[in-house]
Design a protein around this ligand. Structure first.
Ligand SMILES: Cc1ncc(COP(=O)(O)O)c(C=O)c1O
Length: 430
């Protein structure tokens, strides 16, 4: 403890605490968030600013800025008090009613506003589920690879995160079956499965219809709660995609997580849980945050009930389908000899696998020189214990896998970015 003189000439007491020395065990276990795109990436002097395929964000070119402005004005003109007071933990009934009508049609189930609670994005939805249903020490299964933001939320509740592989058809259900059996036999049965079955982050893969049926049967048999993250489910590139896990079970034993982040804007921080009303009741009763923003709930409701949102979603689907085609064509032209990749049915991501002839670390250095960036597969690995509370960066290298997001980068830069990747790959061949 030392005395210091502040700007006003007064003596103040300064306790020089190391803010990381007193972190809780839980904070250490969760580890730091990734600095990620938008948090400022370091481009060393002499390197070309990259064409960044890192950001899994919506394209600013289709931000509905004017419509959000108009919707906000309309909400404040008609319901200023509702928008500006506390709004209750479950969230604005008008938006929940719209969600119920919308998802009743998609899922073919009779849903009501009581099947929904509004949260701080999908991230807040998952945190709410984990707080409500996990005890410290419970085993939770996630995909390998999975979205690290979600894995952190799970880790905050329990350190026991186990993984099952994902391939081009989504989660490997045979691997899930044997893991569930092993955990049962060990006396540590799995409590929850967190899955992103549709246009997965990071692999872009979609769980096929047969596997969906096997998955829900397995989880029912082993009494495992399914958390179905549908963050990208509104962005298919064609018709004929399999039914949601929620609709396959009629909602029993499934909490489905949704978000306005990918179809309106992540800055609104509007997400939701969809579940049986008793489950929603428990989620609402246990949350400590006094609900999320009544203003943004009403803005999204206004966009939805005016009919704009449906039109915007159609435009977004076409837009991202077009951008994915540009990326895939450029990959075929520039990278076909030394990498392979999936052809996503929707969402934001292409997942590429490097040939054995490419050293991933050397590729990372060369892509920095060529001016293109991506997220290396190691970021999506959940088994490693983080323990670090320093900001981490979405660095490439170390992994044979590359996540290439086509969503955020300007359409006109995609082909150039992939051409740069192709040059780096050529130079990286052993
Ligand atoms: C699979 C998945 N779930 C959840 C989120 C978090 O979304 P939100 O902005 O709704 O919190 C993301 C964001 O990238 C994601 O990819």
């Amino acid at each position: 403890v030392t005395s210091v003189t502040n700007g006003g000439g007064q003596t103040a007491v300064s306790t020089k605490l190391d803010p990381t020395a007193t972190l809780s065990a839980r904070a250490r276990r969760v580890g730091a968030a990734y600095a990620g795109p938008g948090a400022g990436s370091d481009v060393p002097v002499g390197e070309r600013p990259p064409v960044a395929f890192t950001a899994g964000l919506p394209d600013p070119a289709i931000h509905p800025t004017r419509e959000i402005l108009e919707a906000t004005a309309a909400v404040l003109a008609s319901d200023a008090d509702g928008a500006l007071q506390y709004g209750g933990a479950q969230g604005f009934a008008g938006l929940r009613e719209w969600l119920a009508a919308h998802w009743s049609t998609v899922d073919g189930l009779p849903l009501t506003a009581d099947h929904f609670t509004l949260t701080n994005g999908a991230a807040g939805a998952l945190a709410n589920v984990c707080d409500t249903y996990l005890n410290d020490g419970d085993a939770v299964i996630v995909e390998e690879f999975s979205f690290p933001g979600s894995v952190r939320a799970i880790r905050a509740a329990t350190p026991h995160v186990r993984t099952v592989p994902v391939d081009g058809d989504g989660l490997d259900v045979d691997a899930l079956a044997s893991l569930l059996q092993r955990l049962d036999r060990a006396g540590t049965p799995a409590r929850m499965l967190y899955t992103i079955p549709t246009f997965q982050n990071p692999t872009g893969s979609t769980l096929d219809a047969d596997r969906r049926r096997e998955l829900v049967e397995l989880c029912a048999r082993h009494r495992v709660l399914i958390v179905e993250d549908a963050a990208y489910a509104e962005l298919p590139f064609h018709d004929g995609l399999p039914a949601s896990l929620y609709s396959l079970t009629g909602g029993a034993n499934v909490v489905r997580i949704g978000t306005a982040s990918k179809i309106v804007a992540p800055g609104l921080r509007v997400g939701w849980c969809q579940a049986a009303p008793e489950v929603i009741g428990a989620l609402v009763a246990t949350r400590p945050d006094m609900g999320t923003s009544p203003l943004t709930h009403r803005v999204v409701a206004e966009l939805a009930t005016s009919g704009f949102l449906d039109r915007h979603i159609v435009q977004a689907r076409e837009h991202y389908a077009h951008k994915s085609r540009i990326m895939l064509e450029a990959l075929t032209r520039h990278c076909g000899e030394v990498a392979s990749w999936n052809d996503p049915d929707g969402g934001f991501f292409v997942w590429a696998t490097l040939a054995d002839s490419i050293d991933p670390s050397r590729l990372a250095a060369l892509t920095a020189e060529e001016g293109v960036s991506y997220v290396g597969g190691q970021v999506f690995v959940s088994d490693a214990e983080p323990e670090s509370t320093a900001w981490r960066h979405w660095t490439p290298g170390e992994s044979r896998y590359l996540r290439l997001a086509f969503s955020y980068v300007a359409e006109s830069s995609i082909a150039e970015g992939i051409a740069r990747l192709g040059r780096a790959l050529d130079r990286a061949r052993r």
